[in-house]
Structures are given as structure tokens and as C-alpha cells.
Design a protein around this ligand. Structure first.
Ligand code: SAH
Ligand code: DHB
Ligand code: MG
Length: 228
């Protein structure tokens, strides 16, 4: 299916993304240093959210007045840093990461960005970390960003709901990765997205939509859900 998209059309979308960013995203030496350090340490920054998507997450947190954020899948902390920048001084991003090397790189990046007090990394399999967490009545999460192994999206979604406040928001990344989303596509990651869609269809506790995306990261999609 990917053969239906030419490299030329992907390049044009990347150019479009860079063009719009040149008006809407300010140069940010701190974020540039995060990206550079991540690549220097051999971590594949290409799979992080794009700058425009990072800002999108940041703006959503500002829109909902978020204070506490949970992230599932941190890589080098790029999305976590975009999100931490939207939080008040006493806000926090708790980010869950399996890989020890990634966790070390996040710690460096967060320190260099001056955000150590706002980003907490929990190392280990994210589902186990989530199961061990209790909803905090005084400080529930306002927002969860799910962006780890795509096969486990539904498991993460279920725990995210448990840990969120009423009215809280969940975004799941990569629900259009390896498109098309329909069952003609047998990649395991996209089956994870279809499992989540089937789960949400019968779930009376959320309202959700998917917005398919295109840009510097190719074709993909975000699922956006609100806990009722
Ligand atoms: N959110 C990041 C990108 C995350 S990439 C950003 O946009 O900057 C996906 C990450 O999920 C990788 O770092 C990978 O190591 C992690 N991951 C994969 N399986 C996991 C699991 N079972 N538990 C926790 N993290 C996992
Ligand atoms: C991959 C993971 C992501 O979270 C993403 O946004 C893009 C690619 C990957 O594992 O290939
Ligand atoms: Mg992703």
C-alpha cells in the first residue's frame, strides 16, 4: 500500500510542514539541543513526534489547563519536554519508558532543558507501571499521551481512563501508522489500533475521534478521547 505514496509527495508534505512551522514555531535552541543529544546517544529521534505535533500537545495542555500529565513511551523525552513547557510551576509529566538507555537520555535532556523538577521517568514495562499506580484524588492526571508499543494501545487506554480525572483527555499516537487502518493491513501495530477502535465502540465512558495526519512524519493519525 505504501507504494501508492511516492517519495515526491512525502517530500512535498515535509516541505509544507516546514513552511507552516516557519510562521508558527519559534526557533528553540533548548529543543534543538534535546534532539541533537538524543541522536548523538544513538536513540532514533525520527520516531518522536514532529515539532508541529509537539506544539499541538503543548497547546492542548494549555487549552485544558493541565497540571498533571502521564506519558506512555518517552524515547528521548522530546514530547515530554514539549508537554512540560505547558505546565504551571507545580505541574508534572510522569513518563513511562521500558528502555534503560532511553531513560538515561531523557534524564540528560530534561536536565539540560532545566525541567528536571517537572519530568519524572518511571523505567519498566509501561503496563506494569500503570497497574501499580493509583488514581490520586487530590492530583489526578488531566491528560495521558499514549505512544509506546502500538500492540498494547488498548491495555494502556484502559489504565489511562482509570488514572484520569473526569473530563480528562487521552491522545493515542500512531493510530494511522502503516495505513490503511482497515483489516487489509495485517501489520501488528495497526491491529493494535483496530483493537482500540473496537474497544471504544462499546465504551460508554469516553467520546473519541481520530484525525489522520500528514507531514514531516508521513501519513499517520491521532486518536483524541475525552473521559465523560
Ligand atoms: N513519545 C516519544 C516517542 C516514543 S517512541 C516522543 O514523541 O518524543 C516509543 C517509546 O516507547 C520507545 O522509547 C520505546 O522504548 C518505548 N516502549 C516500547 N514498549 C514499551 C513498553 N512496553 N513499556 C514502556 N515503554 C515502551
Ligand atoms: C514508531 C513509533 C512511534 O511512536 C512513531 O510515532 C513513529 C514510529 C516506530 O516504532 O517505528
Ligand atoms: Mg508515536
Amino acid at each position: 500500500m505504501a507504494s501508492k505514496i511516492t517519495q515526491e509527495s512525502l517530500d512535498l508534505w515535509t516541505r509544507s510542514d516546514h513552511y507552516t512551522n516557519s510562521f508558527l514555531l519559534r526557533p528553540d535552541p533548548v529543543l534543538d539541543a534535546v534532539v541533537q543529544n538524543t541522536m548523538d546517544k544513538g536513540v532514533d529521534h525520527e520516531i518522536a513526534v514532529s515539532p508541529a505535533q509537539g506544539k499541538f500537545l503543548n497547546l492542548i495542555l494549555l487549552s485544558i489547563g493541565a497540571k498533571r500529565v502521564l506519558e506512555v513511551g518517552s524515547l528521548g523525552g522530546y514530547s515530554a519536554i514539549w508537554m512540560a513547557c505547558a505546565l504551571p510551576d507545580d505541574g508534572e509529566v510522569v513518563t513511562l519508558e521500558l528502555d534503560e538507555l532511553h531513560a538515561q537520555v531523557i534524564a540528560e535532556n530534561v536536565k539540560n532543558a532545566g525541567l528536571s523538577s517537572k519530568v519524572k521517568v518511571i523505567v519498566g514495562p509501561a503496563h506494569e507501571s500503570m497497574l501499580a499506580m493509583q488514581p490520586e484524588p487530590q492530583a489526578p492526571f488531566d491528560f495521558v499521551f499514549i505512544d509506546a508499543d502500538k500492540e498494547s494501545a488498548t491495555k494502556y487506554f484502559i489504565e489511562a481512563k482509570r488514572l484520569l480525572r473526569k473530563g480528562g483527555v487521552i491522545i493515542v499516537d500512531n493510530v494511522g501508522q502503516g495505513w490503511p487502518v482497515d483489516p487489509s493491513n495485517t501489520q501488528p501495530g495497526i491491529e493494535g489500533a483496530r483493537e482500540l477502535l473496537r474497544y471504544i465502540k462499546d465504551d460508554t465512558e469516553v467520546e473519541a475521534t481520530v484525525i489522520h495526519t500528514v507531514g514531516a512524519k508521513g501519513f499517520d493519525g491521532f486518536l483524541y478521547a475525552i473521559c465523560k
